[in-house]
Design a protein around this ligand. Structure first.
Ligand SMILES: C[S@@+](CC[C@H](N)C(=O)[O-])C[C@H]1O[C@@H](n2cnc3c(N)ncnc32)[C@H](O)[C@@H]1O
Length: 237
């Protein structure tokens, strides 16, 4: 599969790294994506506890929405909301009259209420929260979306279902999280098996190398050693 560095991808969209206010993404990530390492692990001891796991996904989604004036996005898997809120900020910052539908089995009202204390109301106005499995959501909905982001259950059957349910209802872009090259194996992360099978005569796929390629990587992994990323799918023209 074609592989591209996030900075080159952004350059293709005429975005200069110097214009990206990283602090904006850091602030959203602080409440929705920041992770901590377990005491006693090597990285905890050597470089510290907290890290920013692929905050670059929020940057990619923000500029995709800005560049292509995306006004309908479907996310499978809200998690703690990092991507949703980056998308809502993009629509809000650029006057895009759009909606993000985010579907998750584990939406928690108390957590959403705590986010409402720190994020602007106009971001929330752009978001439709759906508490459901993706399978049930797709059965009950037949809308089309400019952009679909698949980041729910990462096991083979679930990703396959999400792809089959999405492939005919995205207008412009579809993004998969967690594509792992063969050198990286992790239990229950099986997205690559589905993505590799996508027919390249119909769809075009690009692997974007991104995790901590813009934000500081305290692991100090070189670009060429990053063996995972997100895959952006468009239709062959
Ligand atoms: C990795 S997190 C999503 C992260 C989020 N997209 C982001 O970028 O910040 C995966 C989420 O998928 C949800 N999930 C798992 N299985 C699901 C299913 N079958 N349908 C909908 N959501 C699911 C989990 O509850 C979890 O919150």
């Amino acid at each position: 599969m074609k592989k591209i560095h996030i900075l080159d991808k952004l350059k293709q969209w005429d975005i200069d790294i110097k214009e990206i206010p990283l602090g904006d993404f850091d602030q959203i990530g602080e409440f929705t994506a920041k992770k901590n390492r377990s005491p006693g692990t090597d990285l905890y001891n050597r470089v510290g506890c907290f890290f920013r796991p692929n905050y670059e996904r929020g940057i990619l989604i923000y500029y995709l929405i800005r560049k292509f004036e995306i006004n309908s996005m479907l996310e499978i898997g809200f998690g703690r909301g990092y991507s949703t809120f980056c998308a809502a900020k993009a629509m809000s910052d650029h006057g895009i009259d759009g909606k993000i539908t985010t579907v998750d089995t584990n939406l928690n009202d108390d957590f959403l209420n705590s986010l409402a204390q720190v994020f602007p109301k106009n971001w929330f106005d752009k978001i439709e929260f759906v508490k459901s499995t993706s399978d049930v959501f797709f059965k009950e909905n037949n809308k089309k979306y400019d952009f679909i982001y698949i980041d729910g259950d990462h096991t083979y059957d679930a990703v396959k279902n999400d792809w089959n349910n999405s492939k005919n209802i995205y207008n412009n872009f579809l993004l998969f999280d967690d594509y792992h090259l063969p050198t990286k194996t992790e239990k229950d992360i099986e997205c690559a098996m589905v993505i590799d099978d996508i027919d390249t005569e119909i769809f075009s796929k690009q692997l974007i190398i991104m995790d901590r390629r813009i934000f500081f990587d305290d692991r100090r992994v070189k670009d060429e050693d990053i063996d995972y990323g997100q895959v952006l799918v468009t239709r062959e023209t």
